[in-house]
Design a protein around this ligand. Structure first.
Ligand SMILES: C[S@@+](CC[C@H](N)C(=O)[O-])C[C@H]1O[C@@H](n2cnc3c(N)ncnc32)[C@H](O)[C@@H]1O
Length: 306
């Protein structure tokens, strides 16, 4: 058939029949023409809108895209509800507010938040629902760009707690993970104290007053400085090796306030399988003060006994 239409003689012979077919198609589709043109204009406008949407929410210079599906959000809300025992409405409200914070802060941030959208929103939504009101001290071990601390301070503040933040991280110019070779950060931003300070400003007055202790969580001098108080919330997100997680949890046993919460980040994340095995081994130890409340996305939440 294609060979026939390419042959000049055949094309001349077929031309009247083709013209007839064209006229018939034109007669049928003619009345639809305005509607087709309108649809074309609408599709072009949607494409432009979608392009702008992509610029705001895609994964460029972030840990990944910030476009959770309704099903993923429903799953997260169900997990937050289960871990906290809070009403479903409260869990959904916190997940939505957390998402808005992630979008707003990451757009203006120097650097990025680490983790998937569900991972970050799960932590931000859950902690304010679990944190003991009597203790406003919060410790983050491993901060990278400080943006999670800033977001968490905002979420706690919304819940009526004016937090006092302590951050431990070597802030050595790039992310350090013993035993792994970190690729260049997608942001291109150095991991430095001035960068963390710029992001902590999003945490308002508690952000400006946050205490940054530079060094590794296992360093004696770091531990001595940070162990001057009891913490209502401890986020373990530094050294992701089995040894690192084990050491951080052992330390957390000593400095967690009665009823305090420990967040073990990247628990159950296949890329950091040592985190879960080390945390599970710690929880199985006789004499641990910590009890596992459950997990939301890839974070486990522990409660310290008195
Ligand atoms: C996964 S990032 C933290 C992400 C951050 N919490 C967030 O949610 O955006 C891990 C950070 O911990 C730091 N780190 C590695 N080992 C550490 C240790 N032993 N003590 C404190 N920080 C450590 C890394 O250099 C990096 O900045």
């Amino acid at each position: 058939m294609f060979a026939l239409t390419r042959n000049p003689l055949a094309r001349r012979v077929l031309r009247p029949a083709a013209a007839l077919v064209d006229r018939r198609i034109e007669r049928r589709t003619g009345p639809l023409r305005p509607e087709i043109n309108t649809l074309r204009r609408e599709v072009a406008a949607l494409r432009e809108g979608h392009n702008a949407f992509g610029l705001l929410f895609d994964g460029t210079a972030r840990s990944g895209p910030r476009t959770p599906t309704p099903a993923q959000l429903d799953t997260l809300v169900a997990q937050v509800t289960r871990v906290t025992g809070a009403p479903r409405d409260a869990a959904r409200r916190n997940v939505v507010i957390a998402y808005r914070n992630v979008i707003a802060l990451e757009m203006l941030a120097v650097g990025r938040l680490a983790g998937s959208t569900q991972n970050i929103c799960g932590k931000l939504a859950t902690v304010p629902l679990l944190a003991p009101r009597a203790y406003r001290d919060v410790l983050e071990i491993g901060t990278l760009y400080g943006l999670f601390s800033a977001s968490l301070m905002r979420m706690l503040h919304r819940a009526g707690v004016e937090p006092r933040m302590t951050i431990v991280d070597p802030l050595a110019g790039s992310q350090l993970q013993p035993g792994t070779r970190e690729a260049a950060d997608p942001t291109g931003t150095p991991v430095r104290e001035d960068v963390v300070r710029a992001n902590l400003a999003f945490g308002g007055a508690p952000g400006a007053e946050a205490r940054i202790v530079r060094g590794f969580s296992g360093d004696d001098d770091v531990r001595a400085r940070v162990s001057d108080r009891e913490y209502g919330v401890i986020v373990v997100d530094g050294d992701h090796s089995a040894e690192g997680v084990r050491a951080d949890l052992e330390w957390a046993e000593k400095i967690a306030a009665p009823g305090g919460i420990v967040v073990v980040d990247d628990y159950g994340d296949d890329r950091w399988s040592d985190v879960k095995s080390a945390a599970d081994a710690h929880l199985a130890r006789p004499g641990s003060r910590f009890a596992l409340l459950g997990a939301a996305s890839t974070s486990a939440f522990l409660r310290a006994r008195d």
